[in-house]
Design a protein around this ligand. Structure first.
Ligand code: HEC
Length: 142
């Protein structure tokens, strides 16, 4: 191998090592990428009626781990439901019941599939729909 090619190899290996080290040191301590879990939409939270408040509690227990507080989404986890994609004309209330019962095959986003949520009852999903629709309306999604 010529000295020139050997030098290029050394430089390439050094560059790779620097990239790998950079990746290692910028990872957050729990091994997740920076910004993981951050909200993906800005959500204005209006006053909630009693049904929507029940829905909020059920949402926080069953959905917020992926869809985020106030349904604003979570970076790396799940999409915001306060989003034009989920306006009532495009995703009817039935889509919520179906999603909770059967899960969702990834098609709009890159988060992967949503698994069925067995911990939630149909009554709770009804309240969750009221909650999410209240948030959507307050944010101009009708
Ligand atoms: C483990 C993570 C996770 C949990 C928990 C979760 N979701 Fe999802 N959900 C997702 C992901 C990811 C998508 C987006 C799939 C795609 O790419 O379109 C989604 C999509 C949806 C959709 C859109 C369905 C469609 O037809 O496109 C609805 C509605 C929904 N979720 C409601 C809920 C509700 C209500 C709960 C709680 C009862 C919940 N999700 C809990 C991850 C989750």
């Amino acid at each position: 191998m010529s000295a020139f090619r050997e030098n290029r190899m050394v430089i390439a290996i050094a560059a790779l090592a620097i990239v790998a080290a950079g990746y290692w040191f910028t990872r957050s301590p729990d091994g997740m990428e920076a910004g993981m879990g951050a909200p993906l939409a800005e959500v204005m939270v209006p006053a909630l009626d009693s049904v929507a408040m029940r829905g909020e509690a059920a949402f926080n227990d069953n959905c917020a781990a992926c869809h985020g507080k106030n349904a604003a989404g979570r970076n790396g986890m799940g999409p915001p439901l306060v989003h034009i994609i989920y306006e009532p004309n495009h995703h009817s209330d039935g889509a919520f019941f179906f999603a909770a019962a059967n899960g969702v095959r990834s098609h709009h986003w890159q988060f992967g599939n949503m698994p069925p949520v067995e911990s939630v009852s149909e009554d709770e999903v009804r309240d969750i729909v009221a909650y999410v629709r209240t948030l959507q309306r307050a944010n101009g999604i009708n």
